[in-house]
Design a protein. Structure first.
Length: 94
């Protein structure tokens, strides 16, 4: 899955979702507990939850001008593991 970017104010607490719908084969679904890992940056990242084809997690804090990179992965009923990344920019000027 390609990376994309979300912008948030350093004081905000937001929910971020990665949508795996286009990656799932016909009849396949996400299953189990998703793994959410902060790869870089200084934001606080919460645990992931699963709803349909979405892996959702909360993000808070962050230093102005910095990007936090988060990776989410989840298994599927067809035995695959799907992985997606997102870059989240902390900015007061959005």
């Amino acid at each position: 899955m390609s990376s994309f970017q979300v912008v948030k104010h350093p004081s905000e607490v937001i929910r971020v979702s990665l949508d795996f719908a286009l990656r799932l084969a016909n009849g396949d679904t996400l299953t189990g507990s998703p793994t959410v890992t902060k790869l870089a940056g200084d934001m606080t990242v919460g645990a992931g939850s699963l709803s349909g084809a979405l892996v959702t997690f909360t993000v808070s804090a962050g230093t102005e001008g910095t990007i936090t990179t988060v990776q989410a992965s989840c298994g599927t009923t067809n035995g695959e593991t799907l992985v997606g990344n997102v870059g989240i920019l902390a900015s007061v000027a959005y």
